[in-house]
Design a protein around this ligand. Structure first.
Ligand SMILES: *Cc1c(COP(=O)(O)O)cnc(C)c1O
Length: 375
């Protein structure tokens, strides 16, 4: 029996150990632990990577969302539309700022917010839409941006799972995830596609003035030390993390390529397995494959999960309880049946191991094990 890893951060580190260790040593010797030069360097490199968008590094992806919403001056009572099938952080910061999260159903095939249902959610209190590029594939931005323009709404992209993905507009123009709306928020949580060795995050925007404001908010609302122009927070990217991320950024395209090779292998091996549906590739987006997420059909997903576990194959469920059924977010009379697609996904999705270090032997073993499952 093989013992497969869901992610292999150790293997990934060992391949670039010399470079990472040297980068860490440099920070230790410089002692510039907060706002050291590596933070600026990394921000500049991440900016080039993202077609020149301004980059504001911060403490984590959740803070990135919060700081973006603070900078856009969203006020208590404002409504913010978000997909109900997402990680809790997206809803959390909305609620924390006293804004109203307006849950919206997702498309069953792409797992992303359904633009057709967004428009129905708009009221005169709606101020923003937060598309989440879930599992690594861009939400359908063309109709979303059009709706935002029509109703004068901000678009805050959550690209925590999709750094490096690109979206193609009908005119053929390609844009990076996070650069299409007013702001893009990402996370460098260790297991994310560009992962730090601790927490980290960044905010992208093509608006220079907004970037400056977010930079200020991240650092106690000050531009000049001890002069506080706006209410801020303490959310800075550690210099050590920036140094690590600056090394790893060079490998991000290779990492994305490796993830796509894994996904391609799974696609080919699993496409005709009757009790699963492989992920649907949207025509207008590349896929960063943060997760390779199957939908099970006509079998007991949890039984299938247990079967794989017994074969040494870990899997994950993203997400087992939809946001509108979570104790903290149950409101507006939502209950079971309010979001049937999301509820169905919570019972049928299962994410297979996908990372940058997977071997063909491991992949064959996983696929063979799946194929020999009998209810
Ligand atoms: C990981 C993640 C976040 C939060 O990022 P942290 O750095 O863990 O705070 C937000 N949204 C989505 C969709 C995520 O996957």
């Amino acid at each position: 029996m093989m013992h497969i890893k869901m992610v292999d951060l150790q293997g990934q580190y060992l391949r670039i150990k010399n470079e990472i260790d040297a980068a860490i040593q440099e920070v230790l010797l410089s002692t510039g632990f907060i706002q050291g030069e590596q933070v600026k360097n990394f921000a500049a490199h991440l900016s080039s990577y993202n077609q020149g968008a301004h980059v504001v590094p911060c403490g984590n992806g959740t803070d990135a969302l919060q700081i973006a919403m603070m900078a856009l001056e969203l006020k208590p009572g404002d409504e913010v539309i978000l997909p109900v099938h997402t990680y809790v952080a997206t809803a959390e910061v909305i609620a924390l700022l006293g804004l109203t999260p307006v849950f919206t159903e997702v498309d069953e095939e792409t797992f992303n917010i359904d633009p057709k249902q967004v428009e129905e959610k708009i009221t005169d209190k709606t101020k923003a839409i937060v598309p989440v590029h879930l599992y690594g594939q861009c939400a359908d931005m063309t109709p979303l941006l059009k709706i935002a323009q029509t109703y004068n709404l901000y678009v805050i992209e959550d690209l925590a799972q999709a750094i490096g993905a690109t979206y193609t507009f009908p005119n053929g123009e390609n844009k990076m995830a996070g650069t299409m709306g007013h702001v893009g928020c990402t996370s460098f949580f260790p297991s994310k596609n560009l992962g730090a060795y601790g927490d980290g995050g960044a905010i992208l925007t093509t608006d220079k003035i907004l970037a400056e404001k977010m930079q200020m908010i991240c650092n106690h609302g000050q531009r000049v030390k001890y002069h506080h122009d706006v209410i801020g927070v303490n959310s800075r990217l550690d210099t050590l993390q920036a140094a690590i991320l600056d090394v790893k950024l060079k490998y991000l395209d290779d990492y994305t390529h490796r993830r796509n090779l894994v996904a391609g292998f799974y696609d080919k091996q699993l496409q005709s397995v009757p009790f699963i549906k492989i992920p649907v590739r949207a025509a207008n987006s590349t896929h960063a494959f943060h997760q390779y997420t199957l939908r099970t059909v006509g079998i007991n997903r949890d039984h299938f999960k247990k079967y794989l576990e017994e074969k040494g194959i870990p899997t994950m469920i993203y997400y087992p309880v939809p946001l509108h059924l979570q104790k903290a977010y149950r409101r507006d009379g939502f209950g079971e049946g309010s979001f049937p697609v999301t509820e169905k996904l919570s019972q049928t999705v299962i994410s297979l191991p996908i990372h940058t270090e997977m071997t063909t032997d491991e992949l064959s073993y996983i696929c063979d094990s799946i194929k020999s499952y009998h209810g």
